[in-house]
Design a protein around this ligand. Structure first.
Ligand SMILES: CC(C)(COP(=O)(O)OP(=O)(O)OC[C@H]1O[C@@H](n2cnc3c(N)ncnc32)[C@H](O)[C@@H]1OP(=O)(O)O)[C@@H](O)C(=O)NCCC(=O)NCCS
Length: 330
């Protein structure tokens, strides 16, 4: 089904990353890995790591507050807060409720969504539906993750991730500006390729799961790579055909940041010059739900964005979940 969305645009962005930096060289000092390999293969030099007492909501509310300021609004103007995260503060309540309390944005409804690395894109699509239907005026969408808390620091998968949060305020737009198209997909057959086996209702935490380190995140890197380079071009080509835009009309691609290899291969398959693909994985690694909004905030603050620029979002994540969206910047 074609998913053309009208009358929603981003009016403010914000981001927040913790101060502590773990370089590749530092990881090399205690993990079976190699600093040059990480940079050459994944495009990562360093990542930010949350403090012991810093939860996902702490990153999220700071990014959210900056986005509200950037939009020229106050916390009381926010009708809905959606937090996309795979590393919630607690299983209950939602991180969005904790963020609402930290922001003191008590006029807002608040809930989380779970689509891991595609989370921000999925949350954005929900925001645009509420705006398009006229139910809410201003929606704060936050992508925030602290993978450092669920990484097994004894496995070399740890090198991929960093902590960070990004946010956007979505509001009304005229027809033919803002969000032009979405395509979202899920495929639960991929559920074991990027997962945290224990700690939920399927395998509650026990001494045995702790001893077997099953409460930590695990990834099948080869499957992620194979899937990523297949599904990202598929989703992107669908939103291009939905909008009638050609790939050379894309001014900026603002993608999730899995690895430089996946992004280069995707750009090559769709025929987009890599200079138009935005990356910040060198400084922040993969911040999961945070990647796209942090990158968008950096792009906006860099003053490179002009009215009517066409931006392509694309993401792939655990589930599998994946998708793409196109916006005309206003
Ligand atoms: C991780 C990845 C590079 C591994 O490559 P692969 O060919 O599938 O798997 P292999 O295990 O055979 O590894 C290839 C080489 O990389 C090395 N390697 C893999 N992971 C490594 C790590 N973390 N640190 C250092 N070296 C590593 C292996 O030792 C091997 O070296 P060799 O050729 O000298 O034996 C690749 O699968 C990938 O990029 N996956 C995408 C993962 C991703 O994007 N995750 C983000 C989730 S959204």
């Amino acid at each position: 089904m074609q998913q053309i969305v009208k009358r929603a645009k981003i009016i403010g962005t914000g981001s927040y990353v913790p101060d502590t930096i773990y370089t590749n060289e530092y990881l090399e000092s205690f993990l079976d890995t190699n600093a040059d390999w990480i940079f050459n293969t994944l495009g990562i030099k360093e990542r930010r790591i949350a403090d012991k007492d810093e939860a996902t909501s702490d990153l999220a509310w700071k990014a959210g507050e900056r986005a509200i300021d950037d939009a020229g609004l106050t916390k009381d103007d926010i009708d809905l807060i959606i937090v996309a995260t795979a590393t919630p503060d607690r299983l209950a309540p939602s991180t969005a409720c904790i963020v609402q309390d930290k922001l003191k944005a008590y006029n807002a409804v608040a809930f989380d969504i779970a689509a891991v690395c595609s989370g921000f894109l999925f949350a954005m699509s929900i925001a645009t539906q509420y705006i398009g239907s006229g139910i809410y005026q201003n929606v704060l969408v936050i992508g925030a993750d602290t993978f450092s808390k669920i990484i097994d620091w004894k496995r070399r998968d740890a090198v991929f991730f960093g902590d960070g949060a990004g946010a956007a305020v979505v509001s009304h737009a005229n027809v033919n500006e803002g969000f032009l198209a979405y395509r979202l997909y899920s495929d639960g057959r991929g559920k074991n390729n990027f997962t945290i086996p224990a700690g939920g209702s399927e395998m509650p935490c026990s001494l045995e799961t702790l001893n077997n380190r099953l409460h930590y995140f695990q990834m099948n890197g080869r499957e992620v790579f194979k899937t990523g380079i297949h599904v990202l071009p598929k989703a992107i080509n669908r939103v291009l055909s939905d909008t009638g835009l050609k790939v050379n009309e894309i001014d900026f691609m603002v993608p999730h940041q899995p690895s430089i290899g996946i992004l280069k291969k995707t750009a090559e398959i769709i025929g987009l010059p890599f200079e138009r693909v935005m990356t910040n994985m060198d400084r922040f690694a993969n911040t999961s739900g945070g990647t796209i909004p942090i990158l968008l905030d950096e792009l906006k603050k860099s003053k490179r964005l002009k009215k009517d620029d066409i931006i392509l979002f694309a993401a792939v994540g655990s589930g599998w979940t994946y998708g793409a969206a196109i916006i005309k910047w206003v």
